[in-house]
Design a protein. Sequence first.
Lengths: 310, 134, 210
Amino acid sequence: MTELIPLAACILIAFGIGSNDTSNALGICIGCGVIRLQKALLLFGCFVLLGIMIQGQRVMETVGKDLLEVNVPIMSTALSISALLIIVSNWKRLPLSTHQVIIGSLIGAGVSSGAEVSYRALIEIVISWVVSPLAAFATALAIYKAMEMTISRLALFPLEKVLRILLLLSGILISYNTGANELATIVGPVIHAGMIARTPASLAGSLFVFLGAVLLSKRVIETIGKGITTLDPYSGFAAQFGAGVCVLFFTSLGMPISTTYCIIGGISGVGMSKGIKTVRMGLVRKIIANWFLAPTLAFLGSALIMRLIS
Amino acid sequence: MNVVEIMTRKLETVDADAPIYDAIEKMIDKRIRSLLVKPKDDKDVHGVVTVRDIVNKALLKNLDLNKAKVRDIASKPLVCVDKDMDVEFAVNLMSKFNIARVFVNHGKEIIGIISLLDVLSAALIRRAREGHRV
Amino acid sequence: MFEKVLFGGKREQQVIEDIKRHIEILHAASGCFRKALAENDKQQLYCIADLEREADSIRREIISKVYEGAFLPYLRSNLVRFVEIVEGVFDLLKDAAYAFEFLDQTLDKEISGECVEIADKNLKMSELLLIAFETLFGKEDLREKTLAIRIYEKQVDEIKHDLIRKLSEKEVKNFWRGKMLSDFVDSLTRISNVIEDASDYLVIINVSLR
């Protein structure tokens, strides 16, 4: 019976990823009219699956094996707390990073149950969390400059065509990352605790992400109004693609990082090149607060529960 | 292209005996930089007075603008081109005499004026219509 | 699904062709109008009415195709606005044609030369507007074309100045004839301003996406 708990938690979190992160990936494509919602969802689902099948293992290993030896109780606690926090934050519309919550709760459960935690892996992960948005900032800026030197020279209508294709590619990249990094983070522990094999877990995970996107797609449309889609298509591509490339890089290193924060980094990078502050200080403060708050809460929550259980 | 195609047909004139101030007023009101000076009688020829003439020969020399006459600072005779001459010829003439406009004549009659700005405008229009084959 | 993105947007291509056609019709109508003025020809005025109707239906097609999903949304409202500005020129042509008809297709001797000259410059401006639009998918520089349009507009402005002064010295024997003449000159002289607006808008569209 108790094996169902982590599975249920996983499913819930996957659902949450579907409903929230679709807008990361395809919000800009939909908002820019490159592709319609239904087709966008289908595309999203396909590439999430591709992502986790092709490149998911590295992140799965890091989270499920390198960080600490997961067993079923640790995993159940961690994932349940994570699911709880993610649901609450979705409900309250706080930008909470799935990765940080999961890692935090895993560590919390691990520490309080006396499991061996690899602090080296933890430090690598935390460094990635800090570096990745900055890297995205730089990458997006570089891409923007490159665009200025190349496609900006095109006449208007050819340029418009090129942008449409680029935006779609960018959306696909983010979808792929969602599978390879985010989804991998949550199924990683489950797989390495020996509960399910990799392939069925990946398939099931992708399915639930897709369902989350489809069923809660209204929310996707709601969130389209903010963040990256307020940018024009030209800047939007640079920001999003820059973030995507960054996430891909860290995924190949096996580091679980937040696409959302990378996209924010990307937007700031592009905004910098125009000499304006696109991210308001209030938002930045809120983000930094969450950055500390999320893993800490997760850590404490799961440490507590773990203590209670054992 | 012949000068007759791009010249301005409207000619603003001023009497030779008019005070310089009249010429100034006319130039300002009509937003032009030169005036054709009418000949005093049959034996006289046309002249021209330009903004440059006014500034250099009247203002800088502190002439009384109400007393001094246009003929004191006007240039005679006119530099003219025949209406069927090529624009390039007119431009060369302008650069040779270091002036910004020449008058266009048909026989003995002055029928228009062509300035560097007219030449530039026509060149730009032609360039826009035909691509870069000017 | 990918055809739309990869294989060139048939819808976009059609909208571009339609906008081109719209401006071509404007050029044709301006030609009819100039002929009408120069030769006091009433038949040409019917030509203008027909062309204006055709232009209207093309405009509606353009707008509906754009909002069915052609082009990035960022571009859509600008394209539609451009077409509506060009529509404004048609309206002025129509008004001028009506007034001209009321005046029995004869312009007073003193001003007919200037009026034909203005109509001629309007014709040249509309041709340049088409050339300017074509730079949006070609290699030439838009700025050169819009500069040429502005040069023409200034020339029309100068002629208008003289025209108005000549008119003001005329004696008005019949109020309605005077009003029609005034309306005629008003519409005639505004055409160049609106064409200039349209070309300025092309510059805005061109820059907006980058």
